[in-house]
Design a protein around this ligand. Structure first.
Ligand SMILES: NC(=O)C1=CN([C@@H]2O[C@H](COP(=O)(O)OP(=O)(O)OC[C@H]3O[C@@H](n4cnc5c(N)ncnc54)[C@H](O)[C@@H]3O)[C@@H](O)[C@H]2O)C=CC1
Ligand SMILES: O=C(O)C(=O)COP(=O)(O)O
Length: 389
């Protein structure tokens, strides 16, 4: 029986996905965390913890290097909430183009009797523009960005995309009418709307700052539905004052942008739909089960992605440093305990590697000695022995 501790609101349909081999509880010694936006950057992890699954996209709330060194695999559920973000960005583009929030506030501002009078009175104040024919720059063309780009094309917009690290899979999803360019400057130069859909990391903090805003067209509408800090909010406030930006929409409030008519702040609700929460929770539960029962690492963000069919009675998995002679050291220990390897796979991702060893026989008396011996290899972060279900 594996124990799963949850943080944040995890959809019941996801919790119901777990089989009887898993128990959801708030134990201090869980095998798995299933989380959303909880900030774990300063958290201590219990020794029992083997996997953290972020139901959603962004893993900037998890200390990835520290998790790796503790032998904890970290996963996300890519794409599970992308459509929700896309629809919100499209809604806000229409809102800003048609002055929807201001029009709503105007109609309701006074007494009930005023509402009908106001219906015709000042409507020219709220004249808008249409999206068709306008240009949008999409920075980051992954799960969310590709959907925003394709939706914008369907609305009759011209779309320019910038993503220097685009995966082949993501590239297939993008309509070939999206014009791809090789710099942010080229992407934003003539765009009426600029939207950013990149992960938050050391390379993307301040990705859109004063310099990039200066390169934008006067009157641009800017969106940050990625993370706080990817767009420099201080620079955005200045650019609004200078009439460079006409409206800024973001999912991440900060005091510097509070209570300003040209700034729309939503309280991090990009992925908050019934459908997205359901997708993320079900995908997350399946990920927890697959890793704990099979050792597979599809969509793992800190280990190489491996999927090896589990045909034998036992599987040994080892998370270790990516240095020479690891496979040699591991197989020497297995030989020492008289264990014959049926199948072995090894892959690396930057400084970390993952080895899967399938075996048919394991003397139960030797199991803990074997684990101790493998764990005593200094470059090893974690060893697990999984019994075939
Ligand atoms: N507001 C909300 O509720 C939500 C926010 N997000 C945020 O949006 C981000 C993107 O989400 P997904 O599209 O699902 O992730 P993704 O991983 O599918 O796509 C991210 C894309 O950004 C690209 N990229 C990375 N660095 C870049 C750079 N410097 N310049 C241009 N492109 C760059 C990558 O190549 C990738 O194609 C997440 O990391 C998360 O922070 C995601 C979902 C919900
Ligand atoms: O998936 C993401 O990256 C999100 O930002 C969604 O966050 P949430 O799960 O709604 O707290």
């Amino acid at each position: 029986m594996y124990e799963v501790k949850t943080f944040n609101a995890i959809a019941q349909s996801g919790l119901d996905t777990f089989t009887d081999n898993f128990e959801i509880n708030q134990t201090d010694e869980p095998d798995a965390y299933l989380i959303r936006s909880v900030n774990l950057l300063a958290a201590d992890f219990p020794e029992s913890l083997k996997i953290i699954v972020r139901a959603g996209a962004g893993v900037n709330n998890v200390p990835l290097d520290r998790a790796t060194e503790k032998g904890i695999a970290v996963f996300n559920t890519p794409g599970s909430n992308a459509n929700a973000v896309k629809e919100l960005v499209v809604a806000l583009m229409i809102d800003t183009a048609r002055n929807l929030f201001a029009a709503h506030d105007y109609s309701n501002a006074h007494t009930e009797a005023d509402v009908s009078q106001r219906t015709e009175k000042d409507k020219t104040k709220f004249n808008g523009t249409e999206l068709a024919g306008k240009k949008i720059a999409v920075i980051g063309l992954g799960n969310v960005g590709s959907m925003v780009a394709n939706a914008a094309l369907n609305l009759g917009m011209k779309v320019i995309g910038y993503d220097p690290y685009l995966s082949a899979n993501a590239a297939w999803r993008i309509n070939n009418k999206v014009k791809r360019v090789d710099s942010i400057k080229k992407a934003v130069k003539t765009a009426d709307f600029v939207t950013v859909h990149v992960p938050k990391n050391e390379n993307t903090i301040g990705l859109i700052g004063t310099k990039e805003m200066t390169e934008m067209k006067d009157g641009v509408v800017l969106f940050n539905y990625s993370r706080v800090g990817i767009v420099d909010n201080h620079a955005a406030v200045k650019a609004i004052r200078n009439e460079k930006i006409s409206h800024y929409c973001t999912d991440f409030g900060e005091p510097v942008i509070a209570n300003q008519p040209q700034i729309t702040i939503t309280p991090h609700i990009g992925g908050s739909t019934l459908e997205a929460e359901t997708n993320g929770a079900i995908q997350g539960a399946n990920t927890v089960m697959d890793y704990l029962e099979n050792g597979d690492t599809t969509h793992c963000v800190n280990l190489p992605n491996m999927q090896v069919s589990f045909e034998t009675a036992y599987r040994i998995t080892v998370i270790h440093q990516n240095v020479p002679n690891m496979v040699g050291q591991i197989s020497t220990q297995l030989a020492h305990y008289g264990i014959n390897i049926e199948n072995m796979a090894n892959a690396a991702k930057k400084s970390v590697a993952y080895t899967i060893i399938d075996i048919d026989g394991l003397n139960q008396n030797n199991e803990s000695d074997l684990i101790t011996a493998l764990n005593s290899i200094v470059e090893v972060y974690r060893v697990r022995v999984i019994k075939h279900q």
